[in-house]
Design a protein. Sequence first.
Length: 537
Amino acid sequence: MRIALAQINSTLGDFSGNRQKIIEYTKRALEKHCDLVVFPELCLFGYFPADLLERDSAVTAQLKELDKLVQEMPEGIAAIVGLVTRSKRGKPYHNAAAFIQKGARPKIFLKTLLPTYDIFDESRFFEPGDVRDNMLRFKGKNLLITICEDIWGWGQEWASANYARNPLTAVKGKKIDYVININSSPYAHDKAEVRQETIRKTAKHFKAPLVYVNLVGGQDEVIYDGGSLVVDKSGKIQAQSIYFGEDLNVMDFGKGEGGKRQGPSDEAEELRQALVLGLRDFVEKNGFKRVHLGLSGGIDSAVVAALAVDALGPGRVSALALPGPFSASMSLELARKLAKNLGITLKEVSIVETYETLLKALDAGLGETPFGLVQENLQARIRGMILMAYSNKEHSLLLTTGNKSEYATGYTTLYGDMCGGLAPIADLVKAEVYDLAKYFNRQAEVIPAGIIERAPSAELRPNQKDQDTLPPYDELDKAVNNLVTRGRGAKNETESWVLRALFRSEFKRWQAPPILRVSSHAFGRGRRFPITNKALF
């Protein structure tokens, strides 16, 4: 049997566009003489639908596209397609897979394990099926159809609370020739190895090859990395699709041959590809033509600018330099040099006069205030106001430039440097930001060395340095990874300080822009900490 792995980038709610892409890839698979083409989880609807499922009309529209898909299917090939179907009991819908052939009624198979941890909340709308009902006879072979989480019942830490039962152990009786697993499995930089171990365990359990097809693309904060693959019955990889891009890969089981693509060369390249994909899809799927950001002459904004250019090209990226009363002349010089290196437009707008005028008005109306947080945050909010005015003027999406270490400690200004429609690096600790900067400079100096070498500063008061307020970044990054990413308790003085700052500033993160998720536990959709909380005080 020849099976094609159709790793596509679906768009949530674009049922017609998704159908057309499924037909396109099916025809390409037929041209490669494949018997079956396998698509990702919910690829017809888009993943993840969340409360879009409150609107039954959306499901009706998707099912109409399924009817069209069946009519347009070419002869001589079958497809397995992920979609939403209606349930006759319990919750209103099923997360399902449809086996489609020309001239035949689709056969429907249902997802059994519905994740309800981290970013997932599938049991909100989906009714579980029973994987024992998911046997398919095709071309004289027995196929077991599984959907994403169905193979994660082996007790790994990744799947949060271990499931009370592993549904795969209840599949008995018939010999299984192939396991098919369709997925919308999000990217995290430490997930690939755990994912492959899960796939190997499943293949070994059934003593059968496993075909794993994963979604690729960005949806809001979540990035799907693709990386579809085939393993043999011993768990050895026989075919490997690319990461962070669409792919059609073919596995010929008769010849034991499958396409093997190269993945990212190292962690920095992997991280860059993930963020570029997430940024590009957020911009394009939401209909924006341009993006812009404040270019401070610091490391964070420099890396965001470089990522934006990689994602969209220099012609679609603009930057604004907004020097204030405490900005070093070097900051503007470095911003100009970076903009030139990247080939992006840089506009310069001084905030000094606006700051002084507002400060006089505040002193007159509210009474004079000694220099401190009021004056510092006023500068950040003036910059935010100008950047948002540019959004309105140019119909451009503002990218905010804060990192995870700053967000964790509340070292950010609401309605100031937190303004924006997307936060591309807010799931990166400071060390990862530096790693990306060095990556961009591997072949030539893209990010000026002065930006990488200078001490980070918000430049909101004379001679200010981040480390005047924060712990050293190497200690801070370790604390954030331990407390936030791993969810563990504080084990030293720095972590105790960060934990207190983390809980005090939760209200800020509730108001943050969407944050591209690249770790196993990010700020944003998957974090559900309360704002009001006395647990540590």
